[in-house]
Design a protein around this ligand. Structure first.
Ligand SMILES: Cc1ncc(COP(=O)(O)O)c(C=O)c1O
Length: 422
């Protein structure tokens, strides 16, 4: 079970919602920092434990600077994310570059920044060589294929476009070494939003096993394994958070029984989690715009799936609280919608809530990762502002809302340039 808590009192949230334009995102700095500390404490036995925060989960400079202050790295997947990490102050091996179908210019920038290159394919060694050089430290993303099962968000590993196969893995390291690499790492990402700790332990067992195999077949010592992201969060109140201490202690046992006897210690362990770091500590604050009765009863919010698309994309559950009505019985059944012209623009279907009225302030929980970041402009919808509830209780804007001018900024009403005839 997980309690769905608000980041501050209902009165403070109501005052905030009265003061600034809704919808908006609100992140709880105190809880994010506490979660980072708990993550580090769970893996304190790992000599240089690090989580490379997945920038894609919450690409906001203020949030990323918190990660940096707390000793986390940044996991980037694109040119924009590399540049964002650089502007936030991440340097060199504080950055992991885990990309796929990668353009040359991204390899080039990642190399220039000294980021850890985590390659998705053996052919990418030639690509880096062409635009720069094979770096001293190289990592490969491993896809175990039929030996593991994935889950709904990430899909079955056999069907996944990511990573090198079991047969290709050893050749990747041999070729990298031949091309000048001197330090090596091994990465995987086989599940997303996974709440079962044994899945993470099995992933460690799998990576330890592959590190041993690589050592036996090539003499190459893996410096660190990257367990990827994918640790889930309890979106539903009847779910429980993963017991990280238990996962860590089972991983320690595996380390001692597999890595130490194989002569591979010290082998560092890192993650690139986003969701479990910020997910539960981000909220969409929205107001009820209309309550209407059709064949079903609908509550239309001023937020829509352009602000939070997880429910529409994955059928994901996001808990909903109604400020000032927590003592009322949840005896009404509503579909909670936005204003997008898509029938799946629904935050909840047949959700039991207290009776709602125009102007009620509604909180969508667990929106702190893969929330704002997935926003889009379809239907001319604009992305909202983001705010941080700081440790001292003050609130600061950490991203302004998009304006209609932002929306028009790339449009050419009087195109001047014609391309040469082809
Ligand atoms: C390669 C990679 N690493 C890390 C993450 C972060 O995953 P999560 O936020 O679920 O921890 C993702 C998410 O899509 C990913 O694709």
């Amino acid at each position: 079970m997980s309690e769905k808590r608000l980041p501050c009192s209902e009165a403070t949230l109501l005052a905030l919602a009265a003061k600034v334009t809704t919808p908006f995102y609100l992140y709880d700095e105190t809880s994010i920092r506490a979660q980072i500390s708990a993550f580090k404490a769970s893996f304190a036995w790992v000599p240089a434990f690090k989580n490379y925060f997945a920038v894609k989960a919450c690409p906001n400079p203020t949030i990323l600077k918190i990660m940096l202050e707390e000793g986390f790295g940044a996991d980037c997947s694109s040119l924009a994310e590399l540049e964002l990490a650089r502007r936030c102050g991440f340097k060199g091996e504080q950055i992991m570059f885990t990309s796929n179908d990668t353009p040359d210019e991204e390899f080039s920038l990642a190399y220039a920044m000294g980021a850890v290159m985590n390659l998705d394919d053996i052919t990418h060694l030639d690509c880096i060589e062409k635009v720069a050089a094979v770096p001293e430290l190289i990592s490969f993303r491993y896809n175990p294929g039929p030996s593991r099962t994935g889950n709904a968000i990430i899909g079955n590993p056999v069907e996944a476009k990511y990573g090198v196969t079991t047969d290709q893995l050893v050749r990747c390291y041999e070729l990298a070494k031949k091309k000048g690499a001197k330090r090596f790492a091994l990465h995987t990402m086989v599940a997303s939003n996974e709440l079962d700790g044994s899945y993470i332990v099995e992933t460690a067992r799998m990576l330890f096993g592959q590190a041993i195999r690589i050592f036996k077949e090539t003499g190459i010592k893996i410096e660190f394994i990257n367990m990827g992201g994918g640790i889930g969060i309890p979106y539903r109140p009847d779910q429980s958070a993963m017991d990280l201490d238990a996962v860590s202690s089972e991983m320690k046992h595996l380390y001692e029984s597999m890595i130490v006897p194989a002569g591979l210690a010290p082998l560092n362990i890192v993650f690139e989690c986003g969701r479990m770091v910020t997910g539960p500590y981000g909220y969409v604050v929205s107001k009820v715009r209309h309550v209407v009765e059709k064949y079903k009863r609908y509550v239309g919010l001023d937020a829509c799936m352009a602000n939070l698309m997880r429910p529409a994309l994955y059928g994901a559950y996001h808990h909903i609280s109604v400020l000032g009505k927590s003592t009322l019985p949840p005896d009404q059944v509503y579909d909670v919608t936005g204003s997008l012209c898509e029938n799946n623009d629904k935050f909840a279907i047949d959700r039991k809530l207290p009776r709602l009225e125009k102007g009620d302030v509604v909180i969508l929980h667990d929106a702190g990762a893969h929330g704002y970041a997935m926003g889009f402009n379809y239907n001319g919808k604009l992305r909202s502002a983001e705010y941080l509830l700081c440790v001292d209780g003050s609130v600061k804007m950490i991203r302004r809302a998009e304006t209609i001018d932002d929306y028009f900024s790339t449009m050419l009403f009087d195109p001047l340039h014609r391309l040469p005839k082809v």
